[in-house]
Design a protein around this ligand. Structure first.
Ligand SMILES: [Zn+2]
Length: 291
């Protein structure tokens, strides 16, 4: 079952949003679709120009991906190119539905997927459900890749934030940043604590694009529908990462609830507090202390 909502943050951008629905679970028992994605809310995006679309992530399941293709076909899209923001399962589970399309990823994403392919297909990597067959990227790049959709030129840029294979989509014409999981509201999900200190200069590099609007894959559906976040989401993320790193020595701060830790950025409107992130924060703190 799905609660997929089609939002339109900008005239040429659609967001396919599911999750943050009280009492709704995609499957019974613990599984990565509910516990890693729908509980926090997840969007994938399409940028449409003329009869072409760039789909940024294929969502959490085959039914979600099919719904995306149907919406695009109904809007007259004839040619679809897929870009993967990174290799985590909630972003690539619908790849199979885009068989026959070009699926672009950075080289590191393709490496992660091939390394874990058999476990992912067996439902043994993050547990169930399996993604089988796992359809792999058809084209890879490193660093930077310009992409033309219809008459619109955009570019893919690689960042080591959240995961070492992060790919953001930058539309310079509109100063619009599709951020993948490099930025999240309420806070970043620490998947690679060993790289956290390296994420800070990378966040600076991201801020150097000077985006006007930011669309993260995990965030508030209302804020996404209204056009996305302001550029302050980047320094707010850096402040949170700095807070996490300081907890290695600052014991008192370790037990501060997330609501208090980010209060300043919630009051000034940069972030929207969502209580599903309290458990993400507890896990983030634990991972940072172990690393
Ligand atoms: Zn994610």
């Amino acid at each position: 079952m799905m609660h997929l909502r089609v939002l339109q943050p900008h005239p040429n951008v659609l967001a396919f949003y599911d999750g943050r629905v009280p009492g709704y679970r995609f499957a019974s028992g613990s599984n990565w679709v509910d516990d890693g994605a729908l509980s926090l809310g997840i969007a994938s995006y399409a940028i449409i120009d003329e009869a072409e679309a760039l789909v940024y992530d294929t969502h959490v399941s085959i039914p979600h991906a099919k719904a995306i293709r149907e919406v695009l076909a109904a809007r007259g899209v004839r040619r679809v190119t897929v870009v993967l923001s990174h290799w985590h399962l909630d972003h690539i589970a619908g790849n199979e539905v885009f068989t026959g399309c070009e699926i672009i990823a950075c080289k590191r994403t393709a490496e992660h997927l091939s390394e874990h392919r058999s476990a992912i297909e067996a439902g043994a990597y993050e547990g169930p459900p399996p993604i089988s067959p796992l359809v792999m990227p058809t084209r890879t790049f490193e660093g930077r890749l310009p992409i033309v959709i219809g008459g619109l030129t955009t570019e893919l840029l690689q960042f080591n934030i959240h995961s070492d294979d992060g790919v953001v989509l930058w539309c310079a014409r509109d100063r619009l940043l599709l951020a993948g999981d490099t930025l999240e509201d309420t806070v970043t999900y620490v998947a690679e604590p060993e790289n956290l200190a390296h994420h800070l200069p990378e966040l600076d590099r991201l801020a150097g694009l000077y985006p006007a609007r930011i669309l993260p894959n995990h965030g508030s559906p209302d804020r996404i529908a209204a056009g996305g976040y302001g550029p302050d989401l980047i320094p707010a993320t850096a402040r949170y990462v700095g807070n996490l790193l300081s907890m290695k020595t600052d014991r008192a701060r370790r037990n501060t609830p997330l609501r208090d830790l980010v209060a300043h950025d919630v009051i000034n409107g940069t972030l929207e507090y969502y209580d599903g992130y309290e458990s993400v924060h507890v896990n983030n703190v634990a991972r940072v202390l172990v690393a």
